[in-house]
Design a protein around this ligand. Structure first.
Ligand code: WTA
Length: 632
């Protein structure tokens, strides 16, 4: 299955050993000892971590496992915002900076923990005034501004379930997500700003709710005065208008540990995305613990994760984890290439960022642009640098380590998923690192690489990456689709199948290779082949479409589409542009094929299933493997 990995690369990868000081002062302590402690008593391990947080009522039992359903912190009560905000305000962090935001125009906004709590409570009361109650779903479709985080936290404050949709998604994708979750309210902004250009989010929202009967209210954060967007009274509300005249205080709703906190949609192997549901208690404990230990966050750190809260990385490692820890979080809408390729390094120098978390696709882009850009700035404040989203290839690791980390900062290459809620595999700070290898299981979880019968593969070989036992922040369900939930635990009996292929080194380090299914990871974003195909066939000129991922030096993968046209349509450059535009407005820019090829036939099985594997092998000039099921 994974014979496409380079054995030499695995065996020859050298070790990078960080300065002993990192290990001596790390929260995790000695990795091996901590891991053994966890194994000897998993419940005691998690209970000790959970007790660092505040609960309204303690749990009766740490976990219950009725395969394939798990519950954690049984009968415990809490509110995650009480831990992310009130806990710090009541303690020593009242005046500590919680959030620093930087806009493209240079505007900066700074929130102390006290101020952030105040904003969250007032917006929460605003939502209540619209009739939003515990258990209601609220869709958040916003650019990267503080209001996006305030909206998320305000939902959590009153027990509303948020569904954040990345603002790069198009009309159809947004509509599908609103309808699946039956969102009552949608929170948006007039525009988002990217590379000096304004994208009218409110227009997309208005199109997307055309056919969304559950939506009762729209709340819009106004970013520009001209031209003004008219709001219809009664149904459409101004973000800050909603906060006027409401009480300043909003007590945190009492939530059961297993009450849902949010839904987040992720691509799957079918055309419809999966609504991954996370719950309050376990998710809080898992993200708090990993933020603290994987980034080894200390009181003085200034932390920057370059993701958007529209993805799981933003949920767990911009909002809930770092705020639960009481960190100072920097966020910005500035892209790495605007106004010039030095923008992020300039920000690191200005903000004195000490912990930096980004994606391999960004690192590879910087490599191409050259060292002169980071070299123009003093980025010596960096202490720990991280990576997430796709494999960090050895060349990118070495560049990141040397040029950004100044051959001094540990790199935490973190493997995890929307479904896992928290990081699962990494090389903990202080441990020797191996380029190409994410590392080992974080204390608290058990992982392995197995064959399709669930048997562990011998060291030095490849197979499927699995998680062997439930963990606190695992998904509890796929919204309204139990079958898709069960698939995670039933594909390989008894364990959670991540859908990734991996190699286990002789030292137990794990190298993640890529997806084993029909998901393509483009610039770190999951895109289902079926989703792109169905967007293509929804165009009037297209009869059939098949989509594959092709290796790309910067993006990791690029999307190539094979298209059969309906009779009467002719292939042309204009049609290609039309199809690309069609995918852009249907799903969003991230899903636009990089290449479209017009064909007369697609390889199919006798039962009519498209064999993407055959297309891919042909495209890459590789052996297509077993084609006995291929229809002539
Ligand atoms: C991939 C993102 C290799 C993997 C947090 C996984 C990675 C999918 C890594 C989940 C990594 C994520 N090394 N591959 N460090 N991190 N992946 O749900 O294929 O957006 O299954 O969660 O990204 O993507 P998702």
């Amino acid at each position: 299955m994974t014979d496409n990995f380079d054995v030499k690369l695995v065996e020859n990868a050298k070790y990078y050993t960080p300065d002993a000081e990192y290990k001596r002062t790390s929260w995790i302590g000695d990795y091996q000892k901590t891991y053994e402690k966890f194994l000897s008593d998993p419940d005691a391990f998690w209970s000790k971590i959970a007790r660092e947080l505040e609960w309204i009522r303690p749990w009766d039992q740490i976990r219950e496992w009725k395969y394939p359903y798990a519950r954690w912190f049984l009968n415990a009560q809490l509110n995650i915002t009480a831990n992310c905000l009130d806990r710090h305000v009541a303690g020593d962090r009242r005046n500590k900076v919680a959030l620093i935001w930087r806009g493209e125009d240079g505007k900066e906004r700074v929130y102390s923990y006290q101020r952030l709590l105040g904003e969250v409570m007032r917006f929460a009361n605003g939502l209540k005034s619209l009739g939003v109650k515990k258990g209601d779903c609220v869709c958040i479709y916003m650019p990267m501004v503080p209001e996006q985080l305030i909206a998320m936290l305000a939902c959590a404050r009153i027990g509303a379930v948020h569904s954040v949709v990345f603002a790069g998604f198009g009309t159809t994708a947004l509509n599908m997500r609103i309808n699946d979750a039956e969102a009552k309210v949608i929170i948006t902004a007039d525009i988002s700003i990217r590379r000096g250009k304004a994208i009218p989010l409110i227009t997309i929202v208005k199109e997307a709710i055309d056919n969304a009967p559950s939506v009762e209210h729209i709340v819009m954060y106004r970013r520009r005065k001209e031209p003004p967007v008219e709001l219809r009274p009664g149904r459409e509300h101004d973000f800050y208008g909603l906060m006027e005249g409401v009480p300043a205080d909003c007590p945190a709703e009492v939530m059961d540990a297993e009450d849902p906190l949010f839904i987040l949609y992720t691509s799957g192997s079918t055309g419809t995305p999966k609504g991954v549901v996370h719950t309050c208690g376990g998710y809080m404990v898992g993200t708090y613990y990993t933020t603290k230990t994987v980034f080894d966050l200390k009181e003085r750190d200034i932390y920057w994760c370059t993701a958007d809260p529209g993805w799981i990385t933003g949920h767990s490692y911009i909002v809930y984890g770092p705020l639960a820890v009481g960190a100072t979080v920097f966020i910005t809408e500035i892209t790495p290439d605007y106004p010039d390729p030095g923008s992020w390094w300039k920000l690191i120098e200005e903000q004195q960022i000490s912990v930096f978390y980004t994606a391999p696709t960004a690192i590879r882009t910087f490599m191409k642009l050259g060292e002169e850009w980071p070299d123009r700035y003093n980025i010596g404040s960096l202490r720990i640098i991280g990576s997430v989203g796709e494999p960090l290839n050895p060349e990118a690791f070495e560049w990141y380590y040397r040029v950004i980390g100044k051959s001094r900062c540990p790199i935490v290459d973190t493997w995890w998923q929307t479904e896992t809620g928290m990081q699962i595999i990494t090389t903990m700070v202080g441990e020797p690192m191996r380029p190409g290898f994410a590392g080992k299981a974080i204390p608290g979880v058990e992982v392995d690489v197995v064959n399709k019968d669930g048997k562990p593969v011998p060291p030095g070989s490849g197979g499927f990456l699995v998680i062997k036992k439930p963990w606190p922040s695992m998904l509890r369900m796929v919204y309204k689709n139990d079958e898709r939930y069960r698939t995670y635990w039933e594909t390989i009996k008894g364990c959670y199948t991540a859908g990734d292929l991996a190699v286990k080194g002789k030292d137990g380090y794990i190298m993640v290779i890529g997806r084993a299914d029909d998901i393509i990871i483009v610039s770190g974003h999951n895109i289902g082949t079926a989703e792109v195909e169905s967007a293509l066939v929804s165009h009037h000129a297209v009869a059939e479409a098949a989509v594959i991922g092709k290796p790309d030096a910067i993006k990791g993968n690029a999307i190539k589409a094979f298209v059969i046209l309906r009779l009467g349509n002719k292939a042309s450059e204009k049609l290609t542009q039309d199809l690309m535009y069609h995918v852009r407005i249907t799903i969003g820019p991230i899903a636009v094929p990089h290449e479209i090829e017009y064909v007369d036939k697609l390889p199919k099985t006798r039962s009519g299933k498209i064999m993407r594997r055959v297309l891919k092998a042909k495209e890459l000039g590789m052996d297509p493997g077993d084609i006995s099921t291929l229809d002539e």
